[in-house]
Design a protein. Structure first.
Length: 187
């Protein structure tokens, strides 16, 4: 399949395993320059070896995106190394089982931090570069944003907010030719 992304710089958060790992590898297979950001050092190392063994253009950045300044640093590092960003795939997150009955307000806020805030931060710092490339943003949500699951209030709230932010950003960034979409995997 030709996704027409050859030599495009595609940054994937949570990109070392799972949906993000499959996304970053698929982009590399298509000839894109995959920039993988993940906090799992072992998964980053393993993916780095996979990229090297196939001769794919890629780089792996080990980082926990929980602080805005780290998100900014990742964007700066990517632009410094490759000169641009053509696509941002916001994927990092975890269904951390922070529920209503068995959770608490502090855990709920922490869950939003793990599953939502870095989407905004990564996109905020990417926008100047995506404006130049007329790039693409893909936000990974979850079917639970629409169906619920039980016992996952923090995760579900974050994934529903991601759908709302996607619509908002699509409207806001349309004048710059930046496409913004969300995908909710059916798992």
């Amino acid at each position: 399949m030709d996704l027409e992304i050859k030599d495009k710089v595609v940054l994937v958060t949570g990109g070392a395993k799972g949906i993000g790992g499959a996304s970053s590898q698929a982009c590399a297979q298509e000839g894109a320059i995959s920039v993988v950001v993940d906090r799992d050092a072992a998964a980053c190392e393993q993916l780095h070896h996979t990229f090297q063994s196939h001769g794919w253009q890629a780089t792996v950045i080990g980082a926990d995106l929980s602080a805005a300044n780290i998100c900014e640093d990742v964007i700066k590092e990517t632009v410094s190394k490759f000169g641009r960003i053509d696509a941002l795939v916001n994927n990092a997150g975890i269904n951390d089982k922070v529920g209503l009955e068995h959770g608490n307000p502090e855990e709920f806020v922490s869950s939003l931090g793990r599953n939502l805030l870095h989407y905004y931060n990564m996109t905020h710092y990417s926008v100047p570069h995506l404006k130049q490339s007329r790039g693409v943003i893909v936000n990974i949500s979850s079917k639970t944003a629409l169906t619920g699951q039980g016992g996952t209030s923090g995760y579900v709230a974050a994934k529903a907010a991601i759908l709302g932010m996607t619509r908002e950003w699509a409207a806001e960034l349309l004048p710059y030719g930046i496409r913004v979409n969300a995908w909710s995997p059916p798992r």
